[in-house]
Write a protein that binds this ligand. Structure first.
Ligand SMILES: C[S@@+](CC[C@H](N)C(=O)[O-])C[C@H]1O[C@@H](n2cnc3c(N)ncnc32)[C@H](O)[C@@H]1O
Length: 282
């Protein structure tokens, strides 16, 4: 638990894609205390109780919440795999929002953590979380690449980057830029990301909590993330998990039914682990 002044209410003023961060936070918070909890996140639970945000509007979309909890569970597993093999490496959380990956996983190694988001989100994070010598807040758009030299001056490789709930809000050309950027500047790194199929993107305005409750929209989708390997030479997509294959009992009954008869629904949301070919850095 590393919250600052845990009794105070924190003022909020987030819009646009930044507002989407409340959905995965709510997802993890609401798992707390459930006998069938997908992820254990007491910090998220305490934070939700302190933030003056209308979480009830998000709770009208329980499938999105289940999906976000499953994403956190799978990504935590991959992060722990990485930390076990690279206990002195570095982890970059791109578009970190109010994620508590650090709180859930820091005990598994001595890695440096770099938490990236826009200025208003990082300002909010610093009001919420206590400082820690291994935790580094990185302010600004991830496409302003001044951060590359900054993180390399502090963190040691090997590197793992995570973009949880981020790529779908970017345009395809930006996603393309991000893969190139990581591959070029962090050869040998691991990249964890999630995404949705073309079908799920087309229907996001119907059932996706973030799209329904904020001004953010989905812009990027891909049916088969393994195909990224043919677009980015040197990229190897080693694992793809489909969210609806996990914790079936927590999905809404009608979704469970329709996803058994409609493979395109069942394969609507995926989460991937990839690695960039090792080689000399530019
Ligand atoms: C849906 S939230 C996910 C937050 C977090 N990863 C989690 O799972 O709880 C998306 C986050 O990505 C951030 N984001 C989106 N595009 C970004 C960019 N170009 N640079 C920095 N942050 C960005 C948003 O501000 C927001 O906090």
């Amino acid at each position: 638990m590393s919250l600052v002044n845990s009794n105070n209410v924190i003022a909020l003023d987030l819009q646009d894609v930044q507002e989407t961060l409340f959905t995965p936070l709510c997802a993890r918070a609401d798992q707390w205390g459930r006998p069938d909890a997908i992820v254990e996140d007491k910090t998220a639970n305490e934070l939700v109780r302190r933030l003056p945000y209308n979480f009830e509007k998000i709770r009208r979309y329980p499938n999105t919440l289940t999906g976000c909890a499953i994403r956190a569970e799978i990504m935590d597993g991959w992060i722990r795999d990485f930390m076990q093999t690279n206990p002195e490496g570095s982890i970059g959380l791109l578009g970190v929002g109010l994620d508590t990956t650090f709180e859930r996983n820091r005990q598994f190694g001595n890695v440096d953590w770099f938490e990236f988001d826009y200025e208003d989100v990082i300002a909010l994070r610093s009001k919420c979380f206590a400082t820690h010598p291994k935790r580094h807040l990185m302010t600004g758009d991830i496409f302003n690449t001044a951060w590359i030299d900054q993180v390399k001056a502090v963190g040691k490789g090997p590197w793992l980057f995570q973009a949880a709930g981020v790529l779908m809000y970017l345009g395809p050309e930006k996603v393309n830029d991000l893969f190139h950027l990581l591959g070029r500047h962090f050869p040998g790194s691991t990249f964890l990301f999630d995404g949705c199929s073309n079908f799920a993107k087309r229907n996001s305005h119907r059932w996706e909590a973030t799209v329904r409750t904020t001004s953010a929209q989905y812009h990027w989708s891909i049916d088969d993330p393994r195909l990224l390997a043919s677009e980015f030479p040197g990229l190897k997509v080693t694992d793809v998990e489909y969210l609806m294959d996990h914790h079936r009992h927590q999905w809404q009954l009608n979704t469970r039914f329709w996803s058994t008869v409609l493979p395109k629904l069942r394969r609507g949301y995926h989460i991937s682990r990839a690695s960039f070919l090792a080689g000399p850095a530019e």
